[in-house]
Design a protein around this ligand. Structure first.
Ligand code: DC
Length: 224
């Protein structure tokens, strides 16, 4: 069992990353955003103009790609800061196709396991409790109604200065739900041993408190 790992899976816009960052801070753990690894890979594919059908070029890219996180949580692609560049509409619409590729998942899962093998981590994604870190001790699945998830994403994008409408964001969230849940490899599913939290009518702080209390409770029970 990996006692020092908290996994947080769930669909797009459920609030995972905001919650995960705050939970990590309260527990004194580090945070790993696995979606960012797929987003950085997608950005690299676009920059290098590689076709995702061209497996050889894709493997060459994956062999040479360098994805890191700095101490402030910035995402570095080949030593360049790409934190904002991986959250554009173009990346949003292409990342599901890239993350559905088996070869990409193999590389990313290895990378995610390597990063988290030493240390205490809160890890968010789609397949963390099921595939990447199935032995993690504290597993959560965060969900919310699709309208609420779209509303949150829309608000987030507007605050970043991205010009978009609620309908556009909702369609993008629904498309990604469909794609992420129906793909053949590691589809988004609820880990059988996860606590499911529906955040539709909860505040961020309520979700964070619930997770931190549960982690501390289980930890305490195990020590006794
Ligand atoms: O969490 P996010 O929106 O940043 O994730 C971007 C995409 O990456 C999402 O469409 C699904 C994919 N993803 C995945 O397949 N597995 C993960 N562990 C994390 C993200």
């Amino acid at each position: 069992m990996q006692n020092e790992i908290v996994t947080l899976d769930g669909p797009a816009g459920a609030g995972k990353s905001t919650v995960a960052k705050l939970v990590a801070k309260q527990l004194g753990f580090k945070y790993l955003d696995t979606g960012a690894t797929y987003r950085a890979t997608t950005l690299s594919i676009i920059k290098k103009m590689i076709s995702i059908e061209d497996k050889k070029s894709l493997i060459n890219l994956l062999d040479s790609i360098k994805i890191d996180f700095d101490i402030d949580g910035n995402v570095l692609l080949d030593n360049e800061r790409v934190t904002n560049d991986i959250r554009t509409k173009t990346i949003n619409s292409f990342v599901s196709q890239v993350s559905a590729l088996q070869v990409v998942r193999e590389y990313m899962v290895n990378l995610q396991r390597r990063i988290t093998e030493s240390g205490q981590y809160v890890v968010d994604g789609r397949d963390i409790g099921t595939v990447v870190l199935p032995n993690a001790f504290y597993k959560f699945y965060i969900d919310a109604d699709v309208n609420e998830r779209a509303r949150r994403r829309h608000e987030e994008e507007i605050s970043k200065g991205i010009k978009t409408t609620f309908e556009e964001v909702k369609k993008s969230v629904e498309d990604r739900d469909k794609y992420d849940s129906s793909r053949e490899i590691s589809p988004l599913t609820v880990p059988h041993d996860a606590d499911v939290i529906n955040t539709s009518i909860m505040s961020i702080q309520e979700v964070v408190t619930e997770i931190v209390l549960k982690v501390n409770y289980i930890k305490h029970k195990n020590i006794q």
